[in-house]
Design a protein around this ligand. Structure first.
Ligand code: ADP
Ligand code: ADP
Length: 227
C-alpha cells in the first residue's frame, strides 16, 4: 500500500524554485527521513504532503487522495483526519493543559469530549506522561512537550505521521527519548516521514534516507536499523 506518492512535484515562489520536480513514494510502514542543506526544499515538500500548500505542477497523492485537487477547506479536513504532525517547537496551545491539547485534536473532528479525553489519557499513559496531564505546556520540559505533541498527532490514528526537526529544540537526553519513541511507533506500524538536519535522528529512526539538494532528489539509500 502506497501512503505517499509525489510525481514530478514542482513548486515556485515567484522567481524561486523551491521544488524542481520531486518524485517519491512511501509505502505503509516505512520510515523515511528527508535530509539536505537549508533552503533545499525540505519544508516545502513537507508542506505539500501535509496539504498546507499546493504544488505549482505535478501530483501529490496521500492515502489515495489527490491533494492538488482539494481546496483549502478540503485539505484542512484531510489533514485533521489523516495526518499527524509534530514540529521543532511543539506548537502546543499554551492556555490548555496537556490532556486538553491532546483531546482537542479529536474534538475538532467531531469526537465527543468525554470520549476524546478518555483516548487522550490512554495515549499520555502509553507515552509515560499521564501524570503530567493537568500541567500547562510552559511548565513541561521540552521532552514532555514533544511527547504531548506526539500524543496529539496520534489521536486520530493518522495514516502518516510527519515530523519536522522533532529533536531540534531538545537537549540530547530528551532528543534520545523522542527518537526512541518515533522508532517504537514505526516498529508497531506507523508510517513516518521526517525532515531533519540531524544525521543521528535519521539513521536511528528511518528505514530509508532521501537526500534533497536544490529542490531535487539527489540520492536515496536504505538503512539498516539497529534493533
Ligand atoms: P528547507 O526546509 O530545506 O530549508 P524550504 O522548503 O524552506 O527549504 O525552502 C526552499 C526554497 O524556497 C528556499 O529558497 C526558500 O527561501 C524558498 N521558499 C520557501 N517557502 C517560501 C515562501 N513561502 N515564499 C517564498 N520563498 C519560499
Ligand atoms: P527550516 O529551514 O527550518 O525549514 P525555514 O526558515 O526555511 O525553516 O522555513 C520556515 C517557514 O518559512 C516554511 O514554512 C517556509 O515555507 C517559509 N519560508 C522559507 N523561506 C521563505 C521565504 N523566502 N519567504 C517566505 N516564506 C519562507
Amino acid at each position: 500500500e502506497v501512503v505517499v506518492r509525489l510525481t514530478d512535484v514542482r513548486k515556485e515562489y515567484g522567481d524561486t524554485t523551491a521544488l524542481a520536480g520531486v518524485s517519491l513514494q512511501i509505502r505503509a510502514g516505512e520510515a523515511v527521513a528527508v535530509m539536505g542543506p537549508s533552503g533545499c526544499g525540505k519544508s516545502t515538500m513537507l508542506n505539500m504532503v501535509a496539504g498546507l500548500d499546493r504544488p505549482s505542477s505535478g501530483e501529490v497523492l496521500v492515502h489515495g487522495e489527490d491533494l492538488g485537487r482539494l481546496d483549502e477547506k478540503g485539505r484542512a479536513l484531510f489533514r485533521r483526519h489523516r495526518i499527524g504532525m509534530i514540529f521543532q517547537f511543539f506548537n502546543l496551545l499554551d492556555d490548555l493543559p496537556a490532556l486538553d491539547n491532546v483531546a482537542l485534536a479529536a474534538q475538532l473532528v467531531g469526537v465527543p469530549a468525554r470520549q476524546a479525553r478518555k483516548r487522550a489519557l490512554e495515549l499520555l499513559d502509553e507515552l509515560g506522561i499521564a501524570d503530567r496531564r493537568n500541567i500547562y505546556p510552559a511548565a513541561l520540559s521540552g521532552g514532555e512537550r514533544q511527547r504531548v505533541a506526539v500524543a496529539r498527532a496520534l489521536m486520530n490514528r493518522p495514516a502518516l505521521l510527519l515530523a519536522d526537526e522533532p529533536t531540534g529544540a531538545l537537549d540530547s537526553a530528551a532528543g534520545e527519548q523522542v527518537m526512541d519513541l518515533l522508532l517504537d511507533l514505526n516498529q508497531i506500524g506507523q508510517t513516518l516521514l521526517l525532515v531533519t538536519h540531524d544525521e543521528r535522528l535519521a539513521t536511528r529512526c528511518a528505514s530509508r534516507l532521501v537526500e534533497l539538494a536544490d529542490g531535487r532528489v539527489a540520492g536515496e539509500r536504505s538503512l539498516e536499523r539497529a534493533a
